[in-house]
Design a protein around this ligand. Structure first.
Ligand code: ZN
Length: 132
């Protein structure tokens, strides 16, 4: 297992980690298989989405904030970050990507994103590469 360390710079952020995952695949030497990418956190997820127009990231984060406002008087969680937990469950904690010819198999406009929902923080993304 590899661990990719990321440092986020704002409370909500989508960080493109595609290149780092591809680098881990190359270092493994695996040509055919799958890579499992997992956020080891309850307030940060992993998703795959558009990497062409940066406005997509901005809009996605805004829409998530619309659905899950940071403060809700009904929240009971003492840490005060229930919105971050909800956003993380919405994106999911992990993704699986096929490896073929030593490359990640992604669509033309797809990238792998680490989704920070309670930053800025130092975070760990675990990567498990399986040959097959
Ligand atoms: Zn919490």
């Amino acid at each position: 297992m590899n661990t990719i360390q990321v440092r986020t710079s704002s409370r909500d952020e989508m960080m493109d980690i595609t290149r780092k995952v591809q680098q881990a695949v190359e270092e493994s030497g695996v040509q055919e298989g799958i890579v499992y990418i997992m956020s080891a956190h309850t307030t940060a997820g992993i998703t795959i989405n558009e990497n062409a127009d940066p406005d997509v990231k901005t809009d996605m984060l805004q829409r998530l904030a619309d659905v899950y406002p940071w403060e809700d008087p009904k929240d009971r969680h003492m840490e005060g970050n229930t919105a971050a937990h909800l956003k993380t469950s919405t994106t999911g904690a992990s993704q699986v990507v096929i490896i073929s010819g030593g490359r990640l198999v992604l669509g033309t406009w797809q990238g792998i994103y680490f989704c920070e929902f309670d930053g800025p923080r130092s975070r760990n993304v675990h990567v498990k590469i399986l040959h097959g």
